[in-house]
Design a protein around this ligand. Structure first.
Ligand SMILES: [Ca+2]
Ligand SMILES: [Ca+2]
Ligand SMILES: [Zn+2]
Length: 399
């Protein structure tokens, strides 16, 4: 997508009151827009994009796609890879947002190096690529290879993870970036080098930086000057600031408790000298509660950052939340942004931390990482098994 696409998503933000798909990288969380209008707005929002609409129309279990509706069952074999090292190329075209081109890549094993290079060859097409396992679960996603918007063609370059619950057959999906009505021809080149590496889990440290400051840079998002965080920014007395911050930290730790993740707070010390991601707090954005600098597939960059626009939480709820509810709202949002920094994409499931469809009030109680249907802004079908992906990327800790 492009910068103009991001602006174009304002309408989505108004409708769903959730997050914009972020600056370039698709990582904004939850727009407070429209919520300031209060009670009159909320029923409209629910009608428009609330949780019930997420349920499949046939009432079946969303995690069990029926054979007739499963796009993988109709996949093309034009890019099917041979058993050894191989490269295949295919030229196709996307004529509308409704079209999904799905290719059966054949069997891929953990440690195989897969490169999927999609290039627009004609028209206005802004292609998006996603890799699925045979259970329709997304493994990797790429919209634009260049985070600055200069090249909208996706490039997927991954070592295959140990996808233990899958048959080993994988599928590549290609679409036009949803909602932008681009169309045109593409060339897809898929390359596999068998047993070329290992996807190893790496511990991640995240620093919650409540200190404010000047010229704080979140790449692809902006440069910010922020006041030190105070509970007054979200409607509570200043003497509750320390309690709120430490509760947010505890909530984020809870969300990542089963993974190899360390959450630090500026209230407890200076930033670590080792690689870490930073979450800044403060300021306001018309469309988002938070934005991350990227959707970082398999956590290739351990030093990417996010900002949570805390002042947006002040008028986001119809009734002023309790301190605990506010801690949950900020904590869910921080955990969601860290999810983007680890490669997770948006889902459409109010229970799921990566949800982007639910009404603001849903943030006031716990959300968890689960298996959830992908949001339409990501792909027209498929699911994300967040706990499994986080296990590949971070590794699990023993309880
Ligand atoms: Ca793209
Ligand atoms: Ca990262
Ligand atoms: Zn998000």
């Amino acid at each position: 997508m492009t910068r103009s696409n991001t602006r174009g998503e304002v309408a989505v933000g108004l409708c769903s009151n959730r997050e914009e798909c972020g600056a370039l990288a698709g990582a904004r969380r939850r727009s407070p827009s429209g919520l300031v209008a209060g009670l009159l707005t909320l029923p409209l929002l629910l009608l428009c994009c609330g949780c019930p609409a997420v349920a499949p129309a046939d009432g079946s279990d969303a995690n069990t796609p029926s054979a007739t509706n499963d796009p993988l069952s109709k996949a093309s074999t034009a890019l099917r890879l041979a058993a050894g090292n191989d490269q295949k190329q295919f030229r196709g075209s996307i004529t509308s947002d409704a079209q999904v081109d799905v290719f059966d890549l054949g069997m891929l094993a953990p440690g195989d190096h897969l490169i999927a290079d999609i290039q627009r060859v004609s028209g206005s097409l802004d292609p998006v690529a996603a890799l699925f396992d045979s259970n329709d679960n997304i493994v990797a996603y790429d919209d634009d290879r260049s985070q600055d918007g200069s090249d909208l063609n996706p490039l997927m370059d991954i070592i295959m993870p140990n996808d233990t619950d899958d048959s080993g057959e994988y599928y590549l999906g290609i679409i036009a970036y949803p909602g932008d009505n681009t169309a045109g021809g593409y060339q897809a080149t898929v390359t596999v080098q068998r047993q070329a590496g290992t996807l190893t889990p790496h511990a991640q440290t995240v620093y919650l930086d409540w200190r404010g400051g000047t010229n704080l840079t979140v790449k692809n998002v902006g440069v910010f000057t922020l006041l030190p965080f105070s509970a007054t920014q979200v409607g509570f007395p200043d003497n509750q600031s320390a309690t709120l911050k430490s509760r947010v930290k505890a909530i984020v730790q809870e969300r990542y408790a089963q993974f190899n993740m360390t959450i630090l707070s500026s209230d407890n010390g200076a930033p670590p000298t080792t690689p870490h991601s930073t979450i800044y707090f403060g300021g306001q954005d018309a469309q988002a509660f938070a934005i991350s600098e990227d959707i970082d597939t398999f956590n290739a960059n351990p030093s990417d950052n996010s900002i949570v626009f805390t002042q947006g939480f002040l008028s986001a709820f119809v009734v002023q939340p309790t301190l605990e509810e506010m801690a949950q709202a900020i904590g869910n949002t921080v955990a969601h942004e860290i999810g983007h920094l680890l490669g997770l994409v948006h889902t459409a499931d109010c229970q799921d931390l990566m949800d982007t469809t639910c009404y603001n009030e849903r943030l006031l109680s716990a959300q968890e990482f689960g298996t959830a249907v992908l949001d339409k802004s990501i792909f027209p079908f498929g699911f994300q098994e967040a706990p499994e992906i986080l296990g590949w990327v971070l590794g699990l800790v023993s309880p």
